[in-house]
Design a protein around this ligand. Structure first.
Ligand SMILES: [Zn+2]
Ligand SMILES: [Zn+2]
Length: 298
């Protein structure tokens, strides 16, 4: 269907398996979250984390494929709570799967998000809000001005909820990141509730206005959709590792440590969009513990 990405089909280039998550859906109390896959990328671990060592990776072999790559999902999280239905981030959008950067090995199943929405019976034109963690291309994909033929993007009427520092990071006069950006964007201050039980948490460093979204389950639990404050479960044990993609590295490390502390609280779960097949989980004894239907569902 998407022709040219066959050449980088990870099933051919990495026979250990790609571990890219498919569509999944979980209900916690009044909250239902669904992961909408769009793309997957196999990363080269020591290029993404330049200060990590082979010895350290030896302790995290379960997180890398047999070919030595770190798998990352790219997509969006559909949030449904009461009368609210919104998306957190907007996937990778228009990539062919061929355009790897030096820290990437290959892309997989690109441009799935519209089909993922359709599979859940969600019409993107009916969504009233998309909340962004930050403005990187793998999070804004289907909301960009060139996402689809319609200049309003796939989400023709949504307001764009964006951490206020993120807007300030864009140079004046530069091309808009989002479709209809100046009319449709709402700058959201730290701790602001954008809908019942959904509030912003400023976690800067990866980008200047990087923002997590805290989702209240209504039964005493929370899910924190933390964007790129962490890119892989391995970082929970290594918050000191520099991340190639972080804009301000000291500030990013402080945010990572705040996030990890928060995820260690009882009843707090995290959603890491890039966390391969362990996207939903919590921090337990300084490690990422993936969601377990047998013990976490109630
Ligand atoms: Zn990013
Ligand atoms: Zn990202």
């Amino acid at each position: 269907m998407h022709g040219t990405h066959e050449r980088h089909d990870p099933a051919r280039s990495d026979d250990s398996g790609f571990r890219m998550p498919g569509l999944w859906r979980r209900t916690l109390g009044e909250l239902t979250v669904s992961y909408l896959p769009d793309a997957g990328v196999a990363m080269i671990p020591d290029r993404l984390y330049p200060s990590s060592t082979d010895e350290e990776w030896g302790h995290h072999s379960t997180h890398v494929t047999g070919a030595g790559h770190l798998s990352m999902g790219c997509g969006a999280l559909l949030v449904e709570r009461g009368d609210t239905r919104l998306l957190i981030d907007a996937g990778h959008g228009r990539i062919s799967g061929d355009e790897v950067e030096h820290f990437q090995h290959a892309f997989g199943h690109v441009q799935d998000l519209p089909a993922s929405l359709a599979a859940l019976g969600v019409d993107p034109a009916e969504l009233e809000m998309v909340a962004f963690t930050h403005f990187h291309g793998d999070h804004t994909g289907w909301a960009r001005p060139d996402a689809v033929d319609d200049p309003r993007s796939l989400f023709t009427r949504a307001r764009w909820m964006v951490g206020e520092g993120e807007l300030e990071s864009i140079a004046p006069g530069s091309a808009p990141v989002l479709a209809g950006q100046s009319e449709r964007t709402v700058a959201v201050a730290d701790r602001t509730e954008i809908a019942d039980g959904i509030r912003a948490w400023s976690l800067p460093g990866h980008t200047p206005g990087h923002t997590a979204w805290i989702l209240d389950t209504g039964d005493g639990r929370e899910v924190v959709a933390f964007g790129d404050a962490l890119h892989s479960p391995v970082q929970v044990a290594h918050p000191d590792w520099e991340v190639l993609l972080d804009t301000e590295r000291d500030e990013a490390e402080r945010s990572r440590r705040r996030l990890i502390d928060y995820l260690e609280r009882d009843g707090v779960y995290g959603f890491g969009v890039h966390f391969a097949d362990q996207q939903l989980g919590t921090v337990d004894s300084g490690r990422w513990r993936p969601w377990n239907d047998a013990t976490d569902a109630r």
